[in-house]
Design a binder for this molecule. Structure first.
Ligand SMILES: NC(=O)c1ccc[n+]([C@@H]2O[C@H](COP(=O)([O-])OP(=O)(O)OC[C@H]3O[C@@H](n4cnc5c(N)ncnc54)[C@H](O)[C@@H]3O)[C@@H](O)[C@H]2O)c1
Ligand SMILES: [Zn+2]
Length: 332
């Protein structure tokens, strides 16, 4: 078990992030006392985790279930099972389950402690880290939520073996993002590797996960409540969210991949990024079978971007790469 980072939110809230194995390492991370596990039913179907874990509640995964109805069902189930303020909640699933259980745990009886076992690549390198928990409401993503970090995040790369290629690729899009935001060597590793190699070589995958976790932790540690710098993690996401709002054809990662290519090209047009570096971004996105463009009208995309909820009074802010490994925040 390799502790990558201790992310401090305050003197009382620290997240221990570990790359290891559920079978070997989970027990050592759980506190004494009662633990209730909330598991994505699809993940459980593949890995039979509920048999090995304490008191399991199975829930459906997927974005359509990240809502107040499922949160309410869980709160009620916790009450019925006589959970109290000392009960620890363990979430096992993709980013949806992390966001939902983090929200449920942080509000149940004014907050109980919780830990995460993310089971998607996106969950391990992104959603589980950084304390943002939320559910969707009335068609708006992440509208109701709070900053509340997990006690631990256990990333077990073996769990990723059952992801479809499409889900894995979507996680790779976020890896490419992390590399452009803060790890030039990770970008080079991605250039040298491919999807087949990542599926075969768990050690390589783990090293890449570790590097992404380090990038995210460094940014979050400098700006835990997203007052400024943390926005660099939105690289590729302004256009990505616009694409997602206009079409259901693309996964989040695919939309982000298009956003990364767009940001790199725009950065070149503005003289911020050499053309050769932008071409490397396009090359790596293509190498993993991710899209570089979408069949949507440019005006429609611009319109959707200017309606992004993160748009403040000073207009839309976008993240642009200044080199591979360094980004800045600019006006659209
Ligand atoms: N809190 C944050 O900082 C943060 C950051 C990024 C994303 N997110 C959120 O994360 C969510 C997306 O996460 P996601 O992409 O993991 O989606 P997800 O949780 O919906 O998982 C994707 C699909 O894969 C299935 N699945 C999960 N693990 C599996 C496994 N090991 N094998 C086979 N199938 C598996 C799930 O059942 C689901 O159908 C979004 O709601 C997004 O808002 C949050
Ligand atoms: Zn994302």
């Amino acid at each position: 078990m390799n502790t990558l980072s201790e992310l401090n939110f305050s003197s009382q809230r620290t997240t221990r992030i570990v790359v290891g194995s559920v079978a070997k390492d989970l027990k050592g991370l759980l506190p004494e006392g009662r633990v209730i596990t909330i598991v994505d039913a699809e993940v459980d179907g593949h890995h039979n985790l509920s048999e090995q874990l304490p008191e399991s509640i199975l829930i459906p995964g997927g974005e359509e279930n990240k809502n107040l109805e499922l949160a309410e069902m869980l709160w009620k189930e916790l009450i019925d099972s006589k959970a109290d303020r000392g009960t620890f909640l363990l979430a096992v699933g993709g980013g949806v389950v992390m966001d939902l259980v983090g929200f449920v745990a942080s509000t149940f009886m004014r907050g109980v402690r919780f830990g995460f076992v993310p089971t998607t690549l996106l969950g391990q390198i992104d959603a589980a880290i950084g304390g943002k928990c939320a559910v969707n409401l009335g068609g708006y993503k992440n509208m109701v939520g709070l900053f509340s970090p997990a006690d631990f995040v256990l990333c077990d790369a073996a769990l990723l073996s059952t992801l479809s290629d499409r889900e894995l690729r979507s996680g790779v899009a976020e890896m490419i993002k992390s590399a452009i935001v803060g790890d030039k060597e990770l970008f080079e590793m991605l250039e040298r590797s491919d999807l087949v190699a990542l599926k075969k070589d768990q050690t390589l995958l783990e090293e890449m996960i570790e590097r992404c976790v380090r990038v995210k932790c460094a940014v979050v540690a400098a700006d835990p409540y997203e007052k400024g710098l943390r926005r660099v993690l939105n690289l590729g996401h302004t256009l990505g969210h616009a694409i997602e709002s206009l079409s259901t054809e693309y996964t989040h990662g695919e939309a982000v991949a298009v956003g990364l290519v767009w940001a790199a090209r725009l950065a070149t047009e503005r003289g911020l990024l050499p053309l050769a570096e932008a071409e490397r971004v396009v090359g790596v996105v293509e190498k993993y079978g991710l899209p570089t463009s979408v069949a949507l009208a440019e005006e429609e995309l611009m319109e959707a971007m200017t309606h992004d909820k993160k748009c403040g009074p000073e207009g839309v802010k976008i993240v642009l790469p200044e080199s591979i490994g360094k980004c800045g925040i600019y006006r659209l």
